[in-house]
Write a protein that binds this ligand. Structure first.
Ligand code: AN7
Length: 368
């Protein structure tokens, strides 16, 4: 069957009807890649799978939530949407709004979003407003605007965003045919960890999911025993959930997760506690290390925030906190594409060698 986007594929699990005007760029259906080079390099018993969300139409997982949020906004008669964003939400909202033919307003923290994301929002013709402040302040403003004016908020506090994003868990189960043991994921505003956890819980109870090993009658048992441990990782300078209090001036080079007061804080803690997982943090150095490993060992170029998931696993392994990993499956959500933030990539690697355009000089550099 020709793939027509995640709403079409998973409509039985989503709050849509035949009348919903589905706005889609055929998002979802992203690769779940086994990462054997990484397994070998890290000397781990884990079977590592990478959920490559950078392969979505605008280059991040946000498209899953945005197809739902924009479709529902149109269904409800809205002609304008608004969001605050560290970049990816704005790129996605702008693209889906363009496709729907509605207006899109985005507030971004000035100077703190990657260039690729800013260029997307602008190219898709959103009204881009850079505020002299951080993401959390921008979110407060757009929340207030959406309460006072007929403008639909499409940040992940919009429940349709979570509904769309939960389909990533469905795809993982459908692909593997079983539920993974661990799920590692970056945490910023905490919508995605909330969505994955909701998705896992709902899907294992579904009689039509592709769960080969689970008879429907056993579903209740599996809810308690076999859901993955949700392992969320914030950046150390922006780790409010780990610190137990909001961070006023969040810092990290992973600008996507530079968030000091996550909207879905409570839901993220619930995912952690119900699953027996953790929410912890990783340093920028650890993030960049994992970022380079993914690109150099697996051919998967992600943006820095995405690498927080792998950085977290490496940190836990090194500190001896991950035991009994033999034959266990760990899925890593790689949330956004590396091309979103080329500046960071160029800062993280050796510059190309420059030589004269001469055969012999080039040969010498190659070492022939
Ligand atoms: C690449 O775009 O919040 O914990 O405004 O872009 O669900 O917030 C982006 C978040 C991880 C964190 N990785 O996800 C925004 C925004 C990437 C991201 C996250 C984001 P949440």
């Amino acid at each position: 069957m020709i793939y027509k986007g995640l709403v079409e594929r998973y409509k039985a699990y989503l709050p849509v009807t035949d009348k919903t005007p589905v706005i889609t760029l055929y998002e979802g259906n992203t690769p779940l890649l086994r990462a054997k080079n990484l397994e070998k390099h890290l000397k781990t018993d884990f079977k590592i799978f990478l959920k490559c969300e950078g392969f979505n139409p605008t280059g991040s997982f946000k498209d899953r939530g945005m197809t739902m949020a924009i479709s529902k906004a149109v269904e409800e008669g809205s002609d304008t949407v608004i969001c605050a964003s560290t970049g990816n939400t704005s790129a996605s909202a702008a693209a889906y709004s363009a496709r729907a033919g509605i207006k899109c307003i985005v507030l971004i923290p000035e100077g703190s979003i990657a260039l690729g994301k800013l260029s997307q929002a602008m190219m898709h013709n959103a009204k881009v407003i850079a505020v002299r402040g951080n993401f959390d302040e921008a979110l407060t403003i757009v929340r207030e605007i959406s309460q006072k004016y007929p403008i639909t908020l499409v940040n992940s506090v919009n429940p349709y965003r979570i509904e769309g994003q939960k389909t990533a868990s469905f795809e993982i189960i459908d692909f593997l045919g079983y539920v993974p043991d661990y799920h590692f994921i970056p945490v910023g505003n905490a919508g995605n960890i909330t969505a994955y956890w909701k998705g896992y819980k709902e899907y294992i109870q579904s009689p039509i999911s592709n769960l080969k090993s689970l008879a429907p009658a056993d579903a209740a048992r599996r809810v308690n025993s076999s859901l993955p441990k949700m392992m969320g990782f914030q950046a150390k300078g922006s780790a409010p959930i780990v610190n137990g209090k909001p961070v006023k001036h969040p810092k990290t080079l992973a600008t996507a997760i530079k968030i000091g007061n996550p909207a879905s804080w409570k839901q993220a803690e619930a995912a952690r506690d119900e699953s027996g997982g953790v929410i912890d943090c990783v340093t920028d150095t650890e993030i960049v290390n994992a970022y380079k490993l993914l690109a150099s060992l697996e051919g998967v170029f992600v943006e820095p925030a995405s690498a927080a998931s792998l950085a977290g696993m490496i940190k836990y392994k090194q500190s001896g906190k991950l035991t009994n990993t033999k034959n266990k499956t760990a899925v890593f959500t790689l949330t956004g594409h590396g091309l979103k933030d080329p500046d960071r990539a160029i800062k993280s690697i050796k510059k190309p060698v420059v030589v004269a355009a001469e055969f012999k000089k080039v040969l010498k550099i190659i070492g022939c």
